[in-house]
Design a protein around this ligand. Sequence first.
Ligand code: IFM
Length: 460
Amino acid sequence: MKRIDFPKDFLWGTATASFQVEGSPDGDGRGKSIWDTFCETPGKVENGDTGKVACDHYNRYKEDVALMSELGVNAYRFSISWPRLLPDGAGQINQKGIDFYNKLIDSLLEKNITPAATLYHWDLPQALFDKGGWVNRDTVERFRDYAELAYSHYGDRVKNWFTHNEPWVTAFVGNLQGRHAPGYKDLKTAVAVSFHMVLSHAMAVEAYRKSPGGKDGKIGIVLNLYPAVPASDSTEDKNAAELCDAYQNRWFLDPLYKGSYPEPLRSIFEKAGAPIPEKSGDLSFISGQKTDFLGLNYYLRKVVRAATDSEKLEAKTPHPTLPYVEIIPQGAQVTAMPWEVHPESLYDVLKRLDVDYGSPNILVTENGAAFQDDKLAAGANYLIDDEDRRSFLETHFVAALKAIKAGVNLKGFFVWSMMDNFEWARGYSKRFGIFHVDYATKKRSWKKSGRWYQSFLKKD
Ligand code: IFM
């Protein structure tokens, strides 16, 4: 497998997100986000880690762009911090925040790296959260206004946009599991948030089409999707896998592409007191806002089986309305998260999107892995010998190529992540980077995986 085997205009990139790398939360007038608050709450983030300094990308973006140029990528996916542009989420604009992304975008373009911007990668302005956050339909309109502001400043140069990153995580990890900001454990809230995020995506797409830059630019949403595989051939496990698929995948894909919600899950949630707060016409509006591509974040598959009665009682299931448990097959290779390593499932999920959702253009917007990174390389042109991550990337590139050969409209691949960074509730304990970050000095160093990607990109 070589770069030349992929389409000529394929986007090869790396990805990061504002809160995970930037630091400088109070710098130059940025407002507070729900993740600042979450980090300040004892016990929420491992080791009490925060995003205060992170990778200091806010001050070191030039160095990071230079590294990406040396790496040889032709694209970079980053996210814009809403509270940097609008400290209160709406109203007063923070010019210094606007300037930061102008400088970042210009540095990328100078190095011939295509910028791909995500509008929302989880750092909701605290001021909007205080007014109800994503449960409040008003936030949907504030998101549209924020998106318009971003298009008006950057739309002349940024031609690849993503509205939301992994709305499933925002909705269900943040509001049902409580592991992410804002830390709620309430199904009704989670379902309302999930709907408002999809609605706000559609409004931001509509606004993009009307913006001057939208005439020749592209926009889509990023979803974290997983093949849901039954652990056995039993009817119970097959039903469990279907339920998992509805919850993890179709809950977002169906409203976006089909204007509906998967049954019976919609009715199950409704009966549990968690209805979708839709108004008449919302769903047809959502599916009517056609996108140019779908961003796929692929990390692992979900192998599931029906929960036993005791597992249900011990709350081992995602929720009482979702009576299944996830398992890791015996002998499977796992990452440090621990997530099963299963590259073939990347092919499966790409193929499924192609068949079930009308052959959309797809970008793999995230793929990568956290490993221990405890092997120092001696005498090499890299610091860390992360053969596990190198091989992870290679096998996933192979699966992507297989999908292209099978007719999937795959247009790009972004490795998560450009560098080690703040891994949300896991703090800095999990490293996903292809560049190592020494958190004491902020020094970036090559890993073997980065060198491998570099030589892959060079050979065409
Ligand atoms: O770090 C996250 C990223 O912010 C969203 N997708 C998954 C990554 C790894 O957990």
